[in-house]
Design a protein around this ligand. Structure first.
Ligand code: AMP
Ligand code: MG
Length: 417
């Protein structure tokens, strides 16, 4: 680990805590951009990140066409008091062979090419046709309801640069350009495991003083939503040998390894020893709540996150630290969580020199204002606080409280949770 980091190592800097922003920077500095790419079918590319710039071979629209059902006309010299003569019809996918002249109109459907000589569309609702005579209600603005060739995308233009995350709209856009296959970055494979002799797998009875494993499931959900492949390494016994074994296995088979539990100070020395035996790991105290202890480093070339054990802390540290790292590994440049500002509907407690991630519910109130309230009890083991929530309320280091009516930053769960 770099020397820069050692000054934040609590061992070297007792009581020293790393700020959230600094921690993210240290993590990102150790995460490589992706190199492996693959070709995927457009239809299965949702959630992938482009590894090359995509250029359009065609104009979109390809031809000048009508945005409405109606009549194609030349706007110059049009006079609503003199009817026009309808000289033909043109449908989407068809064409009108002749050039129209002043006084003529061609019935046209949405998407059909605008005939030569015409430059504007009279919408059907403004027209009355009797035989071949067409009267209409003016005024007419030259160019109205005409989509120009290439007005959306021009031939040769970079439509989506490398690094673009493909959502449904990008799939549609690429489909409209005729793409069938794309080059994308290979999505990371992530190995997860839980630690703790008190942690029990579902399907077994729950002994006294034990707890069912929740963290592997929240982690698997979060990772799956990010598009990662997940390797489940189960619950690992609290011994150094078992820990080393699972860390080796994870590092060999995955692009990232994530554990939960056993990273609190002075708690689980065997984890520390195991990590130190096979990796280059630092144990950080981060100035945040929940989620203060975090281990991060490399097992050989594989990044490792040792998240805290408390279920809420796992979700907070995943979203704040693991997510930016994974997004970088997936090829998304400069990813940041979505943040908004909402008015607190109640007094919110925090601690100065800590960033708090309370769980909240945001909504638009009766007066149209974006407001947020807390989900109630905020212990880092209270997972119902996450289940009720639709955002984190992020209260920065500089505040020790937020009064009712004051504004506060929120991170909506939007695309991940
Ligand atoms: P630790 O960081 O290992 O001291 O764990 C902190 C708290 O989180 C303890 O109460 C643990 O029982 C709990 N915990 C640890 N791992 C898990 C898990 N996988 N699922 C649910 N709770 C856990
Ligand atoms: Mg533990």
């Amino acid at each position: 680990m770099s020397e820069v980091l050692s000054c934040f190592d609590p061992a070297a800097n007792p009581g020293g805590m790393l700020a959230v922003d600094e921690s993210i920077q240290h993590i990102l500095a150790q995460i490589n951009d992706p190199v492996a790419t693959e070709e995927v079918a457009l239809a299965s590319s949702i959630g992938c990140v482009l590894s090359t710039d995509l250029v359009s071979d065609i104009n979109v629209p390809q031809q000048r066409n009508s945005a409405m059902d109606g009549y194609a006309v030349a706007a110059d010299g049009l006079d609503p008091s003199s009817p026009l003569t309808v000289v033909g019809q043109v449908f989407a996918g068809g064409s009108f062979q002749n050039t129209i002249t002043q006084g003529e109109a061609v019935e046209i459907m949405t998407g059909a090419p605008v005939p030569e000589g015409a430059d504007s569309i009279l919408i059907r609702e403004a027209c009355t046709q009797q035989g071949d005579q067409l009267s209409f209600i003016g005024p007419v603005k030259k160019g109205q309801h005409v989509r120009q060739a290439g007005e959306d995308i021009q031939q040769g233009q970079v439509v989506l640069p490398a690094g673009t995350l493909l959502r449904s709209q990008e799939l549609g856009l690429l489909a409209s350009l005729g793409y069938e296959k794309l080059n994308v970055f290979v999505k990371p494979t992530v190995a997860v495991f839980s630690t703790g002799d008190e942690v029990v797998a579902q399907g077994s009875p729950l002994p006294d003083n034990c707890i069912y494993d929740t963290n592997r499931f929240t982690l698997q959900g979060l990772l799956t939503r990010l598009g990662c492949r997940v390797i489940d390494l189960g619950i690992v016994e609290d011994t150094q040998d078992k820990m080393e074994e699972v860390l080796r296995k994870g590092a060999e088979s995955a692009d990232m390894v994530i554990s939960s539990g056993g990273v609190s100070m002075g708690k689980a020395d065997y984890i520390k020893s195991a990590l130190e035996a096979i990796g280059d790991i630092n144990f950080w105290k981060i100035a945040m709540r929940p989620g203060r202890p975090l281990a991060f480093g490399q097992l050989g070339k594989t990044p490792f996150f040792g998240l805290p054990g408390n279920p809420v802390a796992v979700m907070v540290t995943f979203t704040q630290f693991v997510q930016p790292a994974l997004r970088k590994m997936m090829g998304q440049k400069g990813w940041q969580p979505l943040r908004m500002v909402a008015v607190a509907e109640e007094r919110l407690k925090s601690r100065s020199n800590r960033t708090d991630y309370s769980r909240g519910v945001y909504r638009i109130n009766e007066t149209g204002q974006l407001v947020v309230s807390s989900t109630g009890m905020q212990g880092s083991g209270i997972l119902t606080s996450m289940s009720k929530a639709n955002c984190f309320i992020e209260i920065g280091n500089e505040f020790d409280k937020v009064e009712e009516g004051e504004t506060v930053t929120i991170q909506p769960f939007s695309d991940l949770i």
